[in-house]
Design a binder for this molecule. Structure first.
Ligand code: GLC
Length: 425
């Protein structure tokens, strides 16, 4: 048995569990009360990782609810709408996506037509590990098939660049909705016909309108859709989950080899297509222009999730992360954007603030690479943030003040996972 939690950590645990309990609808956990009244895909994966230490049965129900929204194509939608909420409770709601009109969408549940980082296989594996490695077959066997379908969709319909990576077709698919990385590919999108706010939001809505009009078909995305980007965070998560799928295959008696081969391909493609050696970091590639996008953000560190990332890449990445452009000049790292970039804004969502979920991803990757200093820094910064400001959606990286919504589920869930790791260390 490792060290016990201190009194302060126990209080933090209780507070985090309380947030998750309050945000539970009976079938799923909303990301936060009020602002996000439905189920979001990657939030649910983070929530599952934390719930596995608190109420494992509820973690399984969370996943079952989410996968009820999966399309016949394998697409796992980024939002599964709660039918008990008003249809206009959130914009863009069911009327915007119109999934009910799509033959591939499930019946009886409204969803969006986009996806989000495919963290679910990794989360499912963590759920199994948290229960001592014993797989609940009745849960895991059908879930494994859904996860295989999710990955098959990405490999078949989203390798638009043709190099082995999955492309994003909308900034909202990244999880990092308004990152400055999207500014240049978005500028190429014609916002006409989607006037909503008069700003960049129109381009977001125009992209949805184009996808919906084309029935969210793969051919449209491949040949005509204006926004197609290969993102290092999305693909690093895809790779980590592909490794997890191989382990889940072992647990369910399925063949792990196809997943190991897929992982090899994604690993090679990440290095070949997104590693920018001169900058010492990973960057996103705009598939429509063929160019790397010259913004350095937290997403560029996510390939630390690749267990086979060569030391010659890990070293410069860790140096950049600890430098005065990221952790080295902020009291509460990791800022989501290079603080020396013109686009950096300490209070604006994904353009600067620190988030618990991106910190957790980097912490997880740093642990896998034995980067003790980085892992300790991320652990300490994250715990200090929530201790000081509560389970907020995001935080000012300089003074740690809370921003965005309160009682944010994934912030709470991931703190449960961090505290569990400490208890086990
Ligand atoms: C915002 C975030 C996204 C998250 C969603 C629900 O859209 O950018 O990462 O999944 O809110 O919390």
């Amino acid at each position: 048995m490792g060290p016990r939690l201190t009194g302060d950590e126990t209080a933090l645990w209780v507070a985090a569990a309380r947030v998750l309990d309050a945000n539970w609808t009976g079938a799923a956990t909303v990301p936060s009360p009020g602002l996000y009244p439905h189920q979001w895909s990657w939030d649910s994966a983070f929530i599952g990782i934390g719930l596995a230490h608190h109420l494992p049965e509820r973690a399984r129900t969370e996943f079952l609810s989410l996968f009820r929204g999966q399309w016949a194509t394998g697409l796992l939608p980024h939002i599964v709408f709660n039918p008990t909420e008003a249809r206009d409770a959130y914009f863009p709601g069911p009327e915007v996506w119109r999934s009910a009109a799509q033959p591939a969408a499930p019946r009886g549940v409204d969803t969006s037509g986009l996806t989000q980082p495919p963290l679910h296989a990794l989360a499912a594996l963590r759920m199994v590990q948290a229960s001592g490695g014993t797989a609940d077959r009745a849960f895991l066997t059908p879930l494994y098939s859904c996860l295989v379908a999710q990955h098959a969709y990405l490999a078949r319909d989203r390798d638009i660049g043709g190099g082995g990576l999955a492309s994003l077709c909308h900034p909202w698919e990244s999880g990092l909705d308004d990152s400055p990385v999207w500014d240049s590919p978005l500028a190429a999108v014609d916002p006409r016909g989607a006037a909503y706010s008069g700003g960049d939001h129109d381009r977001y809505v125009a992209l949805v309108a184009g996808m919906r009009a084309a029935g969210y078909r793969a051919e449209y995305l491949r040949d005509d859709h204006p926004f197609v980007v290969e993102d290092p965070l999305f693909n690093a998560v895809y790779l980590a989950s592909t490794h997890a799928l191989a382990e889940l295959a072992d647990l369910t008696g399925a063949d792990p080899r196809p997943h190991r081969e897929a992982a090899d391909r994604i690993h090679g493609a990440l290095l070949e297509r997104l590693w920018d050696e001169s900058a010492g970091c990973f960057r996103a590639r705009d598939v429509r222009t063929g160019c790397l996008i010259p913004e350095t953000t937290v997403a560029g560190f996510a390939p630390l999730l690749d267990p086979e990332l060569p030391a010659a890449v890990v070293r410069p990445l860790a140096d950049l992360l600890l430098s005065a452009r990221f952790a080295g000049a902020t009291g509460y790292p990791v800022p989501t954007c290079d603080i020396q970039s013109e686009a950096f804004d300490r209070g604006a969502y994904w353009r600067g603030p620190t988030w618990v979920n991106t910190n957790w991803l980097l912490w997880f990757g740093a642990c896998a690479h034995g980067l003790g200093t980085v892992a300790d820094l991320l652990f300490g910064s994250t715990v200090r943030l929530v201790r000081q400001s509560g389970f907020r959606e995001y935080f000012d990286p300089f003074d740690g003040s809370g921003r965005g919504s309160h009682d944010f589920s994934s912030s709470a869930a991931l703190v449960l996972d961090l505290l569990t790791a400490r208890r086990g260390s």
